[in-house]
Design a protein around this ligand. Structure first.
Ligand code: IMP
Length: 181
């Protein structure tokens, strides 16, 4: 894994190495399997950023389950635009079902606080939020994730599903924007 990489016009340094991510994701999958065995949860993956995390997490969670996808957009470059657009909606009937939302990163919490309200309004059995990354210092909305892979400082990151202007999602590790960039 290179320590310093370029994505578009910016430099990033290695922050969480791929084997460390893999170990943590295996632990999280096992924890979800223990807690939701026999409940047939509906996993709702927030595209695009969570697709790689979800693929690894769900294979580490060997219980009866269903998976579906939603998509919002709020980021422009390295900053949140402040608006959330719904691009792909939740179509499943979630009445009295356990719903587990899978997110790549909770930053301000805006996207998920809005989506969680939508889900709660549809009478689910329960709603939990699993996120690989959490930036507690960036939080502006009342959204406390139930399962967190890593709490990280308030700096922009790419890799393992997260992008900078649609590049960098394929990187197996997570990289942080370099200080002077
Ligand atoms: P929030 O609504 O401010 O919590 O932002 C959530 C969304 O913004 C995430 O699902 C990501 O797609 C994106 N995002 C937030 N922080 C980062 C980052 O550091 N790198 C890449 N994308 C990010």
């Amino acid at each position: 894994m290179d320590d310093l990489i370029r994505v578009h016009d910016k430099s990033f340094t290695v922050f969480i190495a791929a084997p460390t991510i893999q170990r943590r994701v295996q632990e999280m999958g096992a924890e979800l399997a223990r807690e939701f065995a026999g409940q047939h949860p509906l996993f709702v993956v927030v595209l695009k950023g969570a697709y790689i995390f979800a693929a690894d997490l769900l294979r580490a969670c060997p219980i009866e389950q269903e998976v579906t996808f939603v998509q919002f957009s709020s980021y422009v470059g390295t900053r949140s635009s402040g608006r959330v657009h719904r691009m792909l909606e939740l179509r499943e009937n979630i009445d009295e079902r356990p719903v587990i939302i899978i997110e790549d990163i909770v930053d301000t919490g805006r996207t998920l606080s809005l989506f969680k309200e939508d889900v709660l309004a549809r009478n689910p059995g329960s709603v939990h939020v699993v996120t690989l990354l959490h930036k507690p210092d960036a939080q502006q909305f009342n959204l406390v994730p139930d399962y967190v892979g890593f709490s990280i400082p308030n700096r922009f990151v790419v890799g393992y599903g997260l992008d900078y202007e649609e590049d960098g999602r394929h990187l197996p590790g997570i990289y942080q924007l370099k200080d002077d960039d």
